[in-house]
Design a binder for this molecule. Structure first.
Ligand code: APR
Length: 314
């Protein structure tokens, strides 16, 4: 009898809702947007696929009516502007921080125990904003970035190996930015074989580079940011929470000493279950990976400092 709210019924929000409905683990799903009619229309369109796909989730669309979101178990925040070609995710902060701040306050009032999954960009900073302003414990606020970036990483590896993506394991940590994410090529495997042993250094470097600009590549092609993989990535996180699967996903979480960091939300592997973030998994990193993680954290902190300048976080 789980209830999920998705805030923002644009490309990403609607895709999250659709993907969550297909997991079969949610009985009620509310799609909410500020734009009159948008979420109602998309929710009805999705409900008209229920018979065809055979899912039984009730999807309801509402315009800015937070009472309809009451008692949600999980709330996914996608409201905010996406980037245009040539923009970085960090450039969205001015508009998106205000939007995220408002919607989190509105939604928290009706669902005080909900676990928040943040997607709006710059995602690490929007997760930090939510954590700092919602008063929620750190396990109830997480950001979707690492799970998406890792899926893109395994895609690029599978392309290089001419292999099935599902046979590839790869993980991306650090910030969810073109220059801050860290695809851990040293830990990537194809059916237990280290990827670094299967491809040349040149190919490995290209896989890493392509992964880092994976989102920007799609933005250039689409004219806006991507939605299928972000939607699917968020749905895996929702499912792991609702079904208490305790899956390990790279995602953006508040660190208190782990990886030597404090007062930051950044991508690391974590066990995701009914309590949200149940445990941060500390990987053994090489010296170069540690250095990259430190640099990434520095960049995320710099973006977070804008929240202070905006007066949103003390
Ligand atoms: N409350 C509710 N919905 C809002 C609000 C608000 N205050 N402000 C904006 N929205 C809605 C818009 O009306 C729009 O329907 O958020 C939706 C955003 O949808 P898109 O413009 O299609 O953007 P999308 O591609 O879904 O990206 C959303 O996710 O991946 C990130 O970088 C991306 O920050 C962006 C977010």
């Amino acid at each position: 009898m789980a209830k999920v709210t998705v805030i923002g019924a644009g490309n990403v929000g609607a895709t999250v809702a659709n993907a969550v409905a297909h997991t079969g683990c949610v009985s009620d799903l509310v799609l909410i947007d500020i734009k009159e009619g948008l979420s109602e229309g998309k929710a009805i369109d999705m409900m008209q696929t229920a018979k065809l796909y055979g899912f039984d989730c009730r999807i309801k669309g509402v315009t800015n009516d937070y009472a309809a979101t009451a008692d949600s178990d999980v709330i996914v925040v996608t409201s905010g502007i996406p980037r245009k070609p040539g923009m970085t995710r960090e450039e969205l902060i001015g508009v998106n921080a205000g939007i995220v701040n408002t919607v989190v306050k509105n939604a928290s009032a009706y669902s005080p125990n909900a676990i928040f999954i943040i997607i709006a960009n710059p995602m690490d900073t929007m997760t930090y904003l939510t954590y700092k302003t919602s008063g929620k414990p750190k396990n109830q606020v997480l950001g979707m970035g690492g799970q998406l970036d890792s899926s893109r990483f395994t895609y690029y590896i599978s392309q290089a190996l001419n292999a099935a993506p599902s046979d590839v394991e790869g993980i991306v940590i650090g910030g969810h930015g073109d220059t801050t994410m860290i695809p851990l090529i040293s830990k990537a495997t194809y059916k237990c074989a280290p990827v670094e042993k299967l491809v040349s250094k040149e190919v490995a470097d290209k896989i890493v580079a392509d992964t880092m600009v994976g989102g920007a590549t799609l933005t250039k092609l689409l004219g806006t940011s991507a939605w299928y993989a972000p939607g699917a990535a968020a749905a895996t996180m929702v499912k792991s929470i609702i079904l208490d699967q305790k899956k390990v996903f790279p995602c953006c979480v508040a660190l208190e000493g782990e990886y030597g960091k404090n007062d930051i939300c950044i991508g690391v592997p974590a066990v995701i279950g009914k309590n949200g973030v149940e445990k941060v998994v500390e990987l053994e990193l090489t010296a170069a990976e540690k250095e990259a993680f430190d640099k990434s954290a520095e960049a995320v902190n710099k973006t977070n400092s804008v929240l202070k300048e905006m007066g949103l976080v003390k």
